[in-house]
Ligand binder design. Structure first.
Ligand code: WT7
Length: 634
């Protein structure tokens, strides 16, 4: 049975499938899952309890996701490109790996992992640039049943170390360095720093990317080139239970440190392939390009797993949209005749700023579906994208989902579903979103706004947060009993289409990257001069949101520029450059209620420049701090 059979072909069929998925969810998913290759079939499709967060899909079944990518596809796709790797620099040669070549490379890496003592259930932290070995490492883990935890290579040593410790990773896979535009970053140095206090780490596998002379620690480090290529190109896939962990991916929430979101083998496989095939209307032979980094969930699901399970050719791009110039994306689309293109609003907005010339210069006629993901898209960017990239013929699919949901939840489906600028649209079959009001009741009407929740399980949903199940329950299943709480606010129009408004919790989305305010505040507070801080997000024309920090010192600061520089360095060291506040204001105190709670509402207004409508400040402990904050705002 081909996964192509899962493709919905008309909007009427979508409506029919959607109803079926709600009325008979078990039958619906039973039929879909039957299209995959299992070693043993399930005895129960679904059992669930949101209160204890105990969700099991395809219980009793066993499989290996890489067999569904390789053994299943190889008979027909042996010589078909699986990955096309496009380097950062246009002077470097590109690389194509066919399904057979990728299969062999994955097996070699899998055997090397075994030789390094990694086995089923062990955690492997992958901290690599966007080179093909990143995808190979991910799949090699899956092949032997090791749990991968990819950390985006822009995170600092402290962030990396926290993630290694939390996951108790046995092995770290990294490279000497990475290239990003005109810059390089010495990754191995970051890892050396990170593994100083990580007792679980037994080995560090180091890939040579830059030909840099790295510090080599013989008791820990192993060179990729000295262990991987020698291995056999055969490796039996480990038999995994459907609910065995496939991977951990860390993401930020409104409180505490980033959480390790856990996804499991069976459900994740079924849902990423199903959603990929439908949303992108994938047809065999299509070239799919998602511009995300594999360090984020979008890369996991729609560069690696979704496309490769479906037998697609997936493009992996090492660089950035503006290097060597703002035509790079479109040059790549033309070069590989990309059929489906997926990027983030922040990239669209940054390219819009260069005008139409760079995009009009290339032949984009191969494109069939174009997608946007990661943050709400504004009207102007939507229209620019539809017109200049999609040439008003490609449907724009706005994919709403999250690290926790594993796959796309609400989105247009190719050109089948009606499209409305800035609206994500309808839920995919199997997804039951609801809007709740402030008292936690479901709003039935249309033309309303509410808190976006999901009331029924779906196969690729989060199962736990690594090492702390209660935290997962508290974060996602306790605000509203019986619902998964997304943290987003949404609007539903008269036709039942959804538009995502944005986070309603203390999460800031900068260029599609998620940060908790608490996480950034904790980092700022590490600065020796700072005793307290509060950060909020405010609208930014390209990044979507930017970070505004209000900081308190215990002494008057004369050299504010120096102090700001020091804070920026502290945040860079603790989280990474991607989390830097754009504005830092020194204040003598923060607006707090009598019970000591920071009134972020007021700070948000100040950051947004809406100082005329600060609202009631009479409940503040000291209302005069607000005057000072407003007066000195940046
Ligand atoms: C948050 C999840 C999974 C995509 C990559 C980000 C926001 C995501 C959209 C969209 C409006 C979106 C939400 C969500 N978001 N996609 N199409 N329209 N907002 O994954 O890092 O887990 O962030 O990104 O606020 O909750 P993530």
């Amino acid at each position: 049975m081909s996964l192509q059979d899962l493709k919905i072909k008309t909007f009427e069929e979508y409506q029919y499938q959607y109803q079926k998925s709600v009325n008979q969810p078990e039958l619906f998913w039973d039929e879909i899952a039957s299209h995959f290759t299992w070693k043993k079939k399930w005895n129960k499709v679904l059992s669930w309890d949101f209160e204890k967060l105990d969700v099991k899909w395809f219980e009793g079944a066993t499989l290996n996701i890489t067999e569904n990518i390789f053994e299943r596809n190889l008979p027909t796709l042996k010589d078909t490109p699986a990955i096309i790797w496009e380097p950062n620099s246009t002077d470097t040669e590109n690389k194509t790996l066919t399904y057979q070549e990728l299969y062999e490379a994955v097996n070699q890496c899998a055997n090397a992992l075994k030789a390094l003592g990694v086995g089923k259930g062990d955690r492997v932290c992958i901290y690599l640039p966007m080179v093909s070995e990143l995808a190979i490492s991910v799949l090699a883990c899956a092949r032997i049943g090791a749990v991968h935890s990819v950390v985006f290579a822009g995170f600092s040593a402290t962030s990396l170390s926290d993630r290694i410790i939390d996951a108790e990773a046995k092995l770290v896979i990294t490279a000497d360095g990475l290239r990003r535009g005109a810059k390089t970053v010495a990754l191995k140095e970051v890892v050396d720093e990170a593994v100083k206090n990580t007792p679980s780490v037994e080995k560090v596998l180091v890939l040579n990317v830059l030909n840099e002379n790295i510090q080599f620690n013989p008791s820990l480090d192993v060179k990729w080139e000295e262990i991987v290529p020698q291995q056999s190109t055969e490796c039996t896939a480990e038999e995994m239970s459907s609910e065995d962990y496939l991977f951990i991916l860390y993401t930020s929430g409104s409180t505490g440190k980033p959480k390790g979101v856990v996804h499991t083998c069976g459900g994740y496989m079924v849902y990423t392939a199903y959603s990929f095939t439908n949303v992108y209307q994938y047809t065999p032979g299509d070239i799919h390009w998602c511009t995300a980094d594999i360090g984020w969930i979008t890369g996991h699901s729609y560069i690696i797993y979704g496309p490769l399970l479906s037998g697609a050719t997936t493009v992996m791009f090492e660089g950035i949209p503006t290097y060597p110039d703002a035509g790079r994306f479109w040059e790549i689309v033309e070069k590989y005749k990309v059929n489906q293109f997926l990027t983030a609003p922040t990239a669209i907005r940054s390219l819009m700023a260069f005008g139409e010339e760079p995009v009009e210069k290339y032949n984009l006629s191969s494109l069939k579906v174009i997608g946007t993901v990661g943050e709400p898209i504004n009207e102007e960017a939507w229209h620019w994208y539809a017109k200049h990239v999609g040439k008003d013929v490609c449907p724009v699919v706005d994919n709403w989902w999250q690290t926790e949901t594993g796959g796309i939840m609400i989105s247009g489906i190719g050109n089948l579903s009606p499209q409305k600028p800035t609206f994500a649209g309808y839920p995919l079959p199997g997804i039951q979103p609801v809007l709740l009001n402030q008292s936690g009741e479901e709003i039935q009407e249309h033309e309303v706004e509410g808190y976006l929740c999901v009331k029924f399980p779906w196969p690729s949903m989060i199962r736990t947060t690594y090492g702390d199940h209660q935290r997962c329950i508290d974060t996602y299943f306790s605000n509203y009993k019986g619902y998964y709480f997304t943290g987003d606010g949404a609007k539903r129009d008269a036709d039942g289409m959804y538009r995502i408004i944005g986070r309603i919790d203390d999460v800031i989305n900068v260029s599609g990257h998620r940060f908790g305010t608490a996480e950034i505040e904790n980092a700022i507070n590490e600065d020796p001069q700072i005793i307290e801080s509060a950060v909020v997000g405010y609208p930014h024309p390209i990044k979507g949101q930017s970070i505004y920090a209000f900081v308190v010192s215990d002494h008057p600061i004369d050299k504010q520029d120096e102090a700001r520089k020091s804070i920026l360095e502290t945040v860079t060291n603790i989280i990474g450059k991607i989390a830097l506040p754009e504005k830092i204001q020194f204040v003598s105190g923060l607006p707090k209620t009598r019970s000591g709670k920071i009134m972020r509402r007021i700070l948000r207004k100040v950051a947004e420049g809406e100082i005329e409508s600060l609202g009631d400040t009479s409940t503040l402990l000291d209302p005069s701090v607000v005057e000072e904050i407003v007066k000195n705002r940046i």
